[in-house]
Design a protein around this ligand. Structure first.
Ligand SMILES: Cc1cc2nc3c(=O)[nH]c(=O)nc-3n(C[C@H](O)[C@H](O)[C@H](O)COP(=O)(O)OP(=O)(O)OC[C@H]3O[C@@H](n4cnc5c(N)ncnc54)[C@H](O)[C@@H]3O)c2cc1C
Length: 406
């Protein structure tokens, strides 16, 4: 197995033209300006709502960097381009925050559509699903409060405190996800269930465990997401493994650090409960890396998506694989980064023969705005990813200038 370096910018950006690289530089340099991001993320959703003509500007900048297209068909170009460099795609239908039974049914149909499309694409092994796209947030909150830890692990959801209407509503949610998973198993496509806010996570976990129990027999179809920025999630991961072994199904898991830290801390402080988030980054990192170690040491029964932009964690995963004599291209391990970020990780892993992929969202501009605003915020902290992205882009531009092809 080759030693990996994430410093190789030629490999990282081979798929980008000079012009695209310049655009990316401009975008990341803009996102490094906290005031611009603060104002931009506040007013952009308002401008869109007011139907002001900013779609063109968004489409050519932040949308082009982080999103695969407005429609499923538009993603084909990106998928084919990434495939040339052996990078696979996890399709993410990026519509968020639409409630109501009709919208949930529509989202179910769209997810099924995406699965059927993925089945026609040799380089799209997975789609991702947010349960809040299929269920009312406050219903999930209510179920969360009455959940019992062991029930959750065993895929059991306590609906005792729901009234008859709510029980029907919940049954609809179960049926929607079940239909999605049934289509996925037929189409040989995997379904990754995203993790969301801690105060709705119990029913998300329970339903995902239930689906794994039903569908992950013989091959992995459903994957849960575990957020290691939360206390005790490492334990939850280990116990999920025990349950899957006992019940003879395969555990699909996507360990992430977690995306809702500010929101989690704010709510905990407002409602006076102990924050579910680790005391500091070091504790999160420690648990994340431990989670990788646990999964790789128990790989016979686990299928894992290493979903991180952290170079150390990605490197560690490759070393752990090597130590456990797991082939780079084993279908038990897939690396994944968000489209538009950390190309140095994805493309260098792919070049070294690992299964590497991009999470590729798509959807109408107005619907993917929340996703785009999160990317802008995430990339705006000086200590964060932007500095690294920018320096890699500059390094590559310089390298190209010194060669004849610029
Ligand atoms: C393919 C993919 C799928 C994803 N799916 C999901 C998902 O389903 N649900 C979800 O919530 N997120 C998801 N994420 C986002 C992920 O949780 C992280 O927010 C993001 O990837 C940044 O973490 P990192 O591992 O890349 O690396 P880093 O940049 O090393 O870590 C940053 C992360 O560390 C944690 N952190 C930072 N400061 C502190 C602190 N002071 N104390 C405690 N922890 C801290 C936070 O989680 C922060 O996001 C996904 C990411 C990828 C790449």
């Amino acid at each position: 197995m080759a030693n990996i370096s994430f410093e190789n910018t030629e490999t990282a950006f081979e798929y980008k033209t000079n012009n695209e690289l310049k655009k990316a530089k401009f975008l990341f340099a803009s996102m490094a300006k906290p005031l611009l991001v603060k104002v931009g993320t506040k007013i952009t959703p308002l401008l869109i709502k007011a139907h002001l003509p900013i779609n063109g500007l968004i489409r050519n900048t932040i949308f082009a960097q982080f999103v695969g297209g407005e429609t499923l068909q538009e993603t084909t170009k990106v998928i084919e381009r990434l495939a040339k460099f052996h990078v696979q795609v996890i399709l993410d239908y990026g519509v968020e925050g639409k409630e109501g039974e009709e919208n949930f049914d529509q989202a179910r149909d769209e997810f099924i559509n995406v699965i059927e499309y993925a089945a026609t694409q040799p380089h799209v092994p997975f789609i991702s699903v947010k349960l809040t796209g299929l269920a009312r947030f406050s219903l999930l909150e209510k179920l969360n409060d009455d959940a019992n830890y062991n029930d959750v692990l065993n895929g059991i959801i306590n609906t005792n405190n729901l009234n008859d209407n709510e029980k029907n509503e919940w049954q609809n949610v179960v049926d929607r996800l079940d239909k999605i998973c049934a289509t996925a198993i037929k189409s040989d496509t995997g379904v990754l269930i995203d993790a969301e806010e801690s105060w709705i996570q119990n029913p998300v976990d329970a339903l995902t465990m239930q689906m794994m129990q039903k569908y992950n027999v013989g091959k992995p179809v459903v994957y849960n997401t575990v957020q290691l920025y939360r206390h005790h999630r490492l334990q939850f991961l280990k116990e999920s493994y025990e349950v899957s072994k006992r019940n003879n199904y395969l555990l699909g898991v996507k360990p992430v650090r977690g995306a809702y830290m500010e929101k989690e801390r704010k709510r905990a402080s407002l409602l006076h409960y102990r924050s579910p988030i680790q005391p500091d980054k070091e504790h999160t990192d420690e648990d994340y890396n431990e989670a990788l170690k646990f999964c790789i040491e128990h790989i016979q029964n686990i299928f894992i998506i290493v979903a991180s932009h952290n170079e150390e964690s990605n490197l560690l995963a490759t070393q752990l694989m090597q130590r456990s004599r797991i082939n780079a291209d084993s279908n038990h391990v897939l690396f994944s980064q968000l489209y538009g970020m950390s190309d140095n990780i994805t493309f260098n892993l792919a070049k070294a023969g690992f299964n590497a992929s991009k999470y590729l969202p798509f959807g109408p501009i107005k619907d993917v705005i929340p996703y785009l605003m999160r990317r802008a915020q995430e990339n705006s902290s000086v200590s964060g990813q932007t500095g690294r992205e920018l320096s890699l882009i500059k390094k590559e531009m310089k390298r190209r200038q010194q060669t004849t092809n610029y």
